[in-house]
Design a protein around this ligand. Structure first.
Ligand code: ZN
Length: 159
């Protein structure tokens, strides 16, 4: 069996940035299982894994347009400090916000001023080339329920 539409694929992976720094690794949180063809992972990686078999190693670089998108300056904005929930503020905190076009997005606190705070709605990896080193550990057929939900049911959670 190879990686194809509606396959449940389990991968070990390391994601590095342009400087070689490790941005994410399955060594830290276990192998990742995803449902292929349902946009569970970034498009560039999904494309690179298509047709591969168990044991294959895939090294690929994903550009922002097939990764987390380009950085958008219009997603960085300031609001009065009192618009945020009460409590201690810390750089890197995340909040849910709504963009001007009504989209729900997660924003990161990137600057704390006396009166205003600056929030960034870009994905932390937006604008970056993503260097993936992947090993395919397992491939199985998805259940009908998984396909209709668009994600893997691995027993640890369900939604
Ligand atoms: Zn489900």
């Amino acid at each position: 069996m190879t990686v194809d539409q509606d396959a449940v694929v389990t991968i070990a992976y390391t994601l590095k940035g342009d400087g070689g720094e490790v941005l994410d690794s399955s060594e830290n949180h276990g192998d990742l299982s995803y449902l292929h063809g349902h946009q569970n992972i970034v498009p560039g990686l999904e494309k690179a894994l298509a047709g591969k078999a168990v044991g294959d190693q895939v090294d690929t670089t994903v550009s922002p347009d097939e990764g987390y998108g380009e950085r958008r300056d219009d997603l960085v904005f300031s609001v009065p400090r009192d618009r945020l929930p009460d409590g201690e503020l810390e750089l890197g905190m995340q909040f849910r916000a709504q963009s001007q076009d009504g989209q729900e997005l997660v924003v990161n606190l990137i600057e704390i001023g006396d009166e205003e705070v600056t929030l960034d709605g870009n994905h932390p990896l937006a604008g970056q080339d993503l260097h993936f080193a992947v090993t395919i550990r397992d491939i199985r057929e998805a259940t009908e329920e998984e396909i209709s939900h668009g994600h893997v049911h691995d027993g640890s959670h369900h939604h």
